[in-house]
Ligand binder design. Structure first.
Ligand code: FAD
Length: 323
């Protein structure tokens, strides 16, 4: 039997995040020929509907409201539940992002549905779909199915390939009016930390530094390498605690979870809490002075050496290759 699947489009700075397109691809597999309904919540987001359709949504439902301009769990939950009531889908897919992690338990509890979070792979399709997710900080994987009710999943960014964009696809776009009320929190102002370049959670290349980077200035060569490779800079908690960089860069159990194609760990010892956030990266390169460092146990390529000598050499080589 084919399923109707709702996919929440996640918008940041006026653009759809990549994980949305990955969620549509996951929804296609879950729907097995059923309908994919993209959902846009916000203010001034309607122009993004065509992009959802180009990536595989059959239809889009938009809820626009001044209270949805900035994310609050109360506001977004009311809007998404209203869409759910109207559409009555068999499944819902959301990105396993900060927003998805906050919103999904609230929706699941209201719907009295199961929730499978942080899915990295889906086996089978339609009713037979089985969801694979890491457990024990990525040391093992479990295969999960929801026996009854709405199949509600959040998917980890960078794991499920999006479908090819097809701008000739068409689909209906419908506006739904929802009276968003009784918000327990109102966002008065969002003050941004200066962050430039590629989003760490979705980056295809991450160059991460640890306490071995030794100072804020020590991160400069890592930034240069990341820029050259079109990637983002990350860090261990050791580097954040030492105030070499901002906590928004922290990767690990209590930081961000990343799954880039290439993870370069420089001056990071490889504590279990750090590995929890990066060990599923596709290719791991570790640079460390200590040949016994734990990071080498998960590395595909290990370079024993001083990062301040190795990274400039890598920059030189990549420049010569004109990547
Ligand atoms: P260190 O362990 O000090 O390692 C520095 C490394 O740099 C060493 O291996 C050294 O050989 C190498 N080095 C030094 N100089 C050079 C050089 N010039 N060139 C090359 N290599 C060099 N940590 C996280 O990262 N993320 C988390 O989310 C996280 N959550 C935690 C949660 C809890 C509850 C706890 C208890 C801890 C958590 N930690 C986390 C901390 C974690 O246990 C480690 O303390 C931390 O990861 C160590 O950071 P580090 O590898 O940068 O520093």
């Amino acid at each position: 039997m084919s399923n109707k699947v709702l996919v929440l489009g996640e918008v940041r700075d006026g653009v759809l995040r990549n994980v949305t397109f990955e969620a549509i691809a996951a929804a296609k597999q879950i729907s097995d020929g059923g309908e994919i309904v993209g959902v846009l919540l916000g203010e001034g987001v309607s122009q993004l509907a065509s992009e959802l359709i180009a990536y595989g949504a059959d239809r889009v439902v938009i809820v626009e409201h001044p209270h949805l301009k900035t994310y609050t769990s109360d506001g977004f939950a009311q809007a998404l539940l209203a869409v759910n009531d109207q559409e009555k889908p068999e499944a819902i897919v959301i990105g396993h992002t900060s927003l998805g992690k906050d919103l999904s338990p609230k929706i699941a509890s209201r719907l009295q549905s199961g929730l499978i979070s942080d899915v990295t792979e889906i086996e089978g399709k339609g009713e037979d779909a089985v969801f694979i997710r890491p457990i024990y900080s990525g040391k093992a994987f479990e295969k999960v199915k929801i026996k009854e009710g709405v199949v509600f999943v959040t998917i980890r960014p960078n794991n499920i390939a999006p479908l090819e964009k097809n701008t000739t696809r068409t689909g209906d776009v419908l506006s739904l009016s929802v009276d968003i009320q009784n918000l327990r929190t109102i966002i008065k102002e969002v003050v941004r930390k200066t962050s430039t370049g590629v989003d760490l959670s979705e980056a295809k290349v991450v160059v991460a530094g640890g306490r071995g980077v030794k100072s804020e200035e020590g991160f400069e060569p890592l930034k240069q390498l990341a820029d050259l490779l079109g990637g983002a800079v990350g860090a261990s908690r050791g580097a954040c605690d030492a105030e070499y960089c901002d906590y928004s860069l922290q990767i690990g159990q209590t930081g961000k979870v990343v799954t880039p194609d290439l993870y370069i760990a420089a001056g990071i010892s490889g504590a279990i809490q750090h590995l929890a956030g990066m060990s599923n990266s596709k290719v791991i390169v570790a640079i460390n002075k200590d040949p016994e460092a734990n990071i080498f146990k998960v590395a595909d390529y290990g370079i024993v050496g001083d990062l301040f000598e190795v990274i400039p050499l890598l920059i030189e080589e990549f420049k010569a290759l004109k990547v």
